[in-house]
Design a protein around this ligand. Structure first.
Ligand code: 13P
Length: 400
């Protein structure tokens, strides 16, 4: 059970002067490589899934794999939505298992950015999930040549950053200080003085987007000035591409598995190189000791009905599944009937919440209140309800 609270993880990095990698994954080999590098280096790591990459994989399936792998890992892991564009996407990400979300309204005006970030923060904090905001604009596109996406870089201003953080309550902030997403030509002009001023003003973990292409020395200076999370993708993607091209040359008749030969290992080497450079290598035990584990809560209701037949109960449960499964922080809604006749309670709801924080948020949500009062409680007077916090996942632990 190595999923940990991402806010605790980043605060540990910020306090101790290193940065955790937020590596975007676009396939199972990426997932394997990122976690293998983390295990090899004993490093905390953030698995990032970027909304702009959803054309390459199914988000829900990828989340199931990421969560399973993260729970099996022995290093601290967080799962993060990268560049989420809307409240709906942030809610979906949390319900699928992300325990960190980024809201990216950085192309909007300051006021519009604040407004969209505020609504995501209100929802996510209600689920106990930290939020990364972005102020200023980092141009370019992950996985591509930056110069093909020349949108003007807008630098983050320290005073504006203070107002943005105060008004939104974000837990960490992505800043624009001269990097671009994707492949760069030459070294960028990084504004270290600006970064230092933002760090002194905010005292919050800062996030660097567009990590590809920077020198080790630049990384060290960035980290000394408050960068605690570095987003990194294009370089790992390019390592894989080079390996695939070499495989194609060596085995021109090869199929998919021949093309993928050695790709995971090559990607893991690049991720491990970053973990060493950014100082996160060797920090796993420290982060585990100082971070809250991230575990779900099972909201259990056992009940008997009176005055309605089974068909009406099933219709009520179907309606409940539809209404409740979309509420913020609800991971899964299971409705059941006792297998054996004569059980003390004949029906059940097992509702998995993303975290303990969801208990209160869910209870107060108007759609839950309306469903419970109008459809459930009138027929289920005889019921018990208990919330259970997860204290282990034996299957994952046994397979580790
Ligand atoms: P690079 O692709 O330039 O490494 O940037 C990744 C990133 O910032 C993802 O959010």
């Amino acid at each position: 059970m190595a999923l940990v609270n991402m806010s605790d993880m980043l605060r540990h990095a910020h306090r101790n002067g290193y940065a955790v990698g937020g590596f975007d994954m676009v396939s199972l080999p990426f997932l394997d490589a990122i976690l293998a590098a983390g295990e090899r280096c004993r490093s905390p790591v953030i698995l990032s899934l970027a909304e702009s990459h959803f054309e390459h994989f199914d988000f829900e399936t990828a989340m199931a794999a990421a969560e399973r792998a993260a729970r099996r890992a022995s290093i601290p892991v967080a799962i993060h939505l990268d560049h989420g564009g809307s409240l709906d996407m942030a809610t979906r990400a949390i319900n699928l298992g992300c325990n960190g979300v980024m809201v990216d309204a950085s192309e909007e005006s300051f006021e519009a950015n604040v407004a969209r970030t505020q609504e995501v923060v209100a929802m996510a904090h209600g689920c106990g999930v930290p939020v990364e905001g972005e102020l200023g604009y980092v141009a370019g596109a992950e996985g591509d040549d930056a110069e093909k996406h020349p949108g003007a870089v807008r630098y983050t201003a320290p005073e504006e950053a203070r107002e943005y953080v105060e008004r939104t309550g974000v837990d960490c902030l992505a800043v624009s200080i001269g990097t671009v997403h994707g492949r760069m030509r030459g070294q960028p002009q990084l504004d270290f003085d600006r970064l230092a001023a933002i760090n002194n003003t905010l005292g919050l973990p800062l996030v660097l987007h567009g990590g590809t292409g920077l020198s080790d020395e630049s990384f060290h200076r960035l980290i000394r000035n408050g960068i605690a999370k570095i987003n990194y993708y294009t370089a790992v993607n390019d390592v894989a591409g080079r390996r695939i091209r070499a495989n194609a040359e060596n085995t021109p008749d090869g199929g998919y598995t021949a093309m993928m030969h050695g790709v995971r290992g090559a990607m893991a080497d690049e991720v491990a190189r970053c973990m060493e450079c950014w100082g996160s290598a060797g920090r796993a035990e420290g982060v585990l000791a100082e971070s809250r584990p991230w575990h779900p809560v099972e909201h259990v209701i056992l009940y008997n009905v009176s005055g309605v037949d089974d068909a009406r109960v099933e219709a009520m449960m179907a309606r409940g599944r539809q209404v409740l499964a979309g509420l913020p922080g609800v991971r899964r809604v299971f409705t059941g009937r006792a297998v054996k006749d004569g059980a003390q309670y004949r029906f059940s709801w097992l509702i998995e919440f993303a975290s303990e924080a969801v208990i209160e948020t869910y209870k107060a949500h108007p759609e839950h209140v309306a469903f419970a009062n109008e459809h459930f409680r009138p027929v289920a007077g005889d019921r018990i309800s208990i919330d259970f916090a997860g204290i282990g996942d034996d299957v994952a632990e046994a397979r580790r």
